[in-house]
Design a protein around this ligand. Sequence first.
Ligand code: SF4
Length: 358
Amino acid sequence: MQITSDHDPLLALGGRKKIRDEARKIREKYFGNIVTASKNYFIPLIKYCRNACQYCGFSRKSEISKEFEDMVVNLDQLKDKLKEAKEYNCKEILFVLGDRPEQINRNVREFLEANDCENAVDYTVKACKMAVSMGLQPHVNLGVITRKEWEKLKPVVASAGLMLENISNRLTEKGQVHYASPDKIPKARIESIKAALELEIPFTSGLLVGIGETDEERIKTIETLANLANEFETLQEVIVQPFHPLPNTPMRNTEECPPYLLLDTISATRYILPPSLNVQFPPNLSGFPIHYGINAGANDLGGISPITPDYVNYSSPWPKWNFLMKQLRSYGYDLVERGPVYEKWKKYSILHEKHKVT
Ligand code: SF4
């Protein structure tokens, strides 16, 4: 079914209170009092990126690290990190890379060559194989890639992700957040997401809230995600991610996404998406008590690492698992650990089917 909105998105959906109530009811019906999250281990495999998103704290503009050695994880370091992940009982290994890093940095090209890899995708495949050989479950996020590249990754990943962020071409124009970022052109992102979904890779996408988009653009983005979920079976979760300003970025003085807007967007997402899809928000960025987000319609808190930082939002540490568990329990919710692939989608994951990981 194609979903379309009227001009005023909140009115088209029935108003804020109606959406909040409906979203809560849907979450209660399909997820009861269960809230899920994954204990993950974040590995920023290659931090260089050919894009120039105005809010980015991950890539070469990062304040944390500028030396080449801090921008890539070599295979020896990787092995140590994977061992540490096992020690901390993290099932999920989150591999994150910038888009096409080999295109903008000669050192990266030489590094990849020295590892017998043509590009960052090949290196990610190598890293995933190492993780799988140690009984771990890779979830990869390496930006916009082609169908052929997804085909290479499918046998070695548990799941993968690519945020849609926003479907607005306007945001790629000069002066906007996604200017000079070829991989943020909505058509390119949708094509890459569709390629992964056609290959039935358990998949995560989502939207970024508060980056200068209009209400209408935000709703249309949710509708696009809903249409993808209706068309393909393996979109398993949608992240509603608030913009959070980071030091040393062009948007450091921009107001962060207000909590009410995040809550409204969580509710609208839950209301518009197919009801059994998982709706997630990051508890380290929300700016409100966790149960507010659950009451607004979310049922998942994403990856929470017991040991690594959130390299994307490095100034916002993840809350501790026990703290979240206690807090949620006091409001009647149970926090349940999941891996990168939700139960219903495990039949699509080669890792679960072939390697029998649990
Ligand atoms: S695509 Fe991602 S890593 Fe690259 S500049 Fe944009 S936010 Fe940063």
